[in-house]
Design a protein around this ligand. Structure first.
Ligand code: NAD
Ligand code: 6OD
Length: 479
């Protein structure tokens, strides 16, 4: 199996014929190769997308666009096992997680935006002597750049609204996890979508992503990834006045108040910390807990972590897989060392699990819980993006909020309390784009998704995505 780009309805190698290896992180073995594309391949894709907008795809009706999204959803759903196996192989995540979260969510993304565009509304503003009506038109050619942690989930979160609203897409998935993006291109191809409506270019961020953000033929960029990369994307995209959506990093707080019902919520607190091996931008990598509940929470979390099944991602019984690359594990491990230097006590994990061959060569790291760190130390304030979570006591709701707000990021937070008034007050005072109360990652696809501070610019989801991928035109008629 060799992956190829998908340009103008054809599967093609990079013009240079250069390739990159795709490594399966659970074993370190090469799974396949992918094109190491360059600016010339991006040019080809933009040309194909522009031609599509000038041709059949640009004239597609709302019903045709919605039907295409529904058909993509149906195909992915019908091939759930294949997609889940590919996602697990590429990322090291448990296949069961891919089967129950990643792939079903990709299906929902396509179905949701098919429905959204079918039921879309525009506005009319009446004056005494004139009427204004506002129409929504696609942006044109949009560039979609995505990370490795939830490959198809996040790619489809962008492709679905972009196609539903009538844009032509140039997509660039992470070079670390290209498999399901290629499987999506295969589905689009088999469905006979108009050539050039969906184009896929594989390759490195600095080579393909950078060329996309600089390309004058791309009218908008939706980027999900790290904050440092987001800065580069923003700077490059501004030179050609591209519309921009940036979903970036986080250092989210899970706040456990003195009245939290741990019997009801312990499993959610653990999931918020360690789901997908802690590699979800929304994971609560800092647990702030009222001092009166600190020891109880730590003890119960340690017991819970002991029940996780670390091992072969292909095994349906596995609940904790490998990290997505060896380089990333090196980075996460460096934070465990740093935490020890900063005076932390590792109360669970901290090392590599002992696993049989070939998993012994995989990028595994135990779920790791650390106490005793200052909330202002590097471990507690920098994004680690892995299964390393620190626990910090506080004495008042005001202190919890201040600690939560003390970092440069502002993506999400979760609050656990039985007190409704306290929950409202804390939710109001938190400097984040999203707050969950007594739950985590509960998703209604209509609500705004995005962060403040260094966690990004703009919102995606529901009307926010429909607005991002379109431009409004007002027509004023004198009566
Ligand atoms: P990354 O920033 O390294 O890469 C993301 C994507 O950008 C990849 O496709 C990469 O190839 C590309 N890229 C790299 N350099 C580029 C450049 N100069 N120009 C254009 N594109 C470039 O991020 P990652 O390591 O793949 O993912 C982890 C990061 O993503 C974490 O910081 C995490 O918090 C963040 N993330 C955020 C969200 C969110 O919704 N806020 C969701 C998932 C991940
Ligand atoms: O749920 C979503 O819509 C979303 N964008 C999740 C992002 C998760 C980050 O890793």
């Amino acid at each position: 199996m060799r992956l190829e780009n998908y340009v103008g309805g054809q599967f093609v190698p990079a013009r240079s014929a250069a390739t990159l290896d795709d490594i399966g992180p659970a074993t370190g073995e090469v799974i396949t190769t992918l094109p190491r594309s360059g600016p010339e391949d991006v040019d080809d894709a933009v040309r194909a997308a522009t031609t599509a907008m000038e041709g059949r795809w640009g004239r597609a009706t709302v019903a045709e666009r919605a039907d295409l999204c529904d058909a993509i959803a149906d195909r992915i759903e019908a091939e759930l096992d294949r997609f889940a196996a590919l996602e697990s192989l590429d990322t090291g995540k448990p296949v069961q997680l891919a089967r129950t979260v990643d792939i079903p969510r990709a299906v929902s993304n396509f179905r949701f935006f098919a429905g959204a565009v079918r039921h879309g509304r525009t506005s009319m503003h009446e004056m005494d002597d004139a009427i204004n009506y506002t129409v929504r038109r696609p942006l044109g050619v949009v560039g979609l750049i995505t990370p490795w942690n939830l490959p198809l989930y996040l790619l489809s979160w962008k492709v679905a609204p972009a196609l539903a609203t009538g844009n032509a897409v140039v997509a660039k998935p992470s070079e670390i996890t290209p498999l399901t993006a290629s499987a999506l291109a295969d589905v689009v191809h088999r469905l006979g979508a108009p050539p050039g409506a969906f184009n896929l270019i594989h390759g490195l961020g600095a080579e393909v992503g950078q060329a996309m953000t600089e390309h004058p033929g791309i009218h908008g960029i939706s980027f999900t990834g790290g904050t440092a990369t987001g800065k580069r994307v923003g700077a490059a995209a501004s030179a050609t006045f591209k519309k921009l959506s940036l979903e970036l990093g986080g250092k989210n707080a899970t706040i456990v108040l003195d009245d939290a019902d741990l019997d009801a919520h312990l499993a959610t607190i653990a999931r918020a910390s360690f789901a997908n091996q802690g590699q979800i931008c929304l994971c609560g990598s800092r647990i702030l807990v009222h001092r009166s509940r600190h020891d109880e929470l730590v003890e119960r979390l340690v017991a819970h972590l002991g029940t996780l099944v670390v091992g072969d991602p292909r095994d349906p019984a596995t609940t904790f897989g490998s990290l997505t690359s060896h380089a990333h594990r090196d980075k996460v491990e460096s934070y465990v060392r740093l935490a020890r230097e900063e005076g932390g006590t590792v109360v669970y994990g901290g090392g590599r699990p002992v696993l049989p061959a070939p998993l012994d060569a995989g990028a595994f790291l135990q779920p790791t819980l650390i106490t005793g760190l200052s909330p202002s130390c590097r471990t507690a304030t920098e994004e680690i993006f892995g299964p390393v979570v620190s626990v910090h006591p506080f004495d008042s709701d005001a202190e919890a909020t201040a600690l939560a707000n003390s970092v440069r990021y502002g993506l999400a937070a979760a609050v656990f309390t039985e007190g409704l008034t306290r929950a409202h007050r804390i939710a109001n005072d938190l400097q984040t784009g999203m707050v969950w109360v007594n739950c985590w990652l509960k998703r209604d696809l209509r609500v705004p998704f995005g962060g403040v501070k260094d966690s990004g610019v703009g919102r995606e989801g529901g009307d926010y995505s429909m607005g991002f991928y379109t431009q409004d035109k007002n027509v004023c008629i004198q009566l």
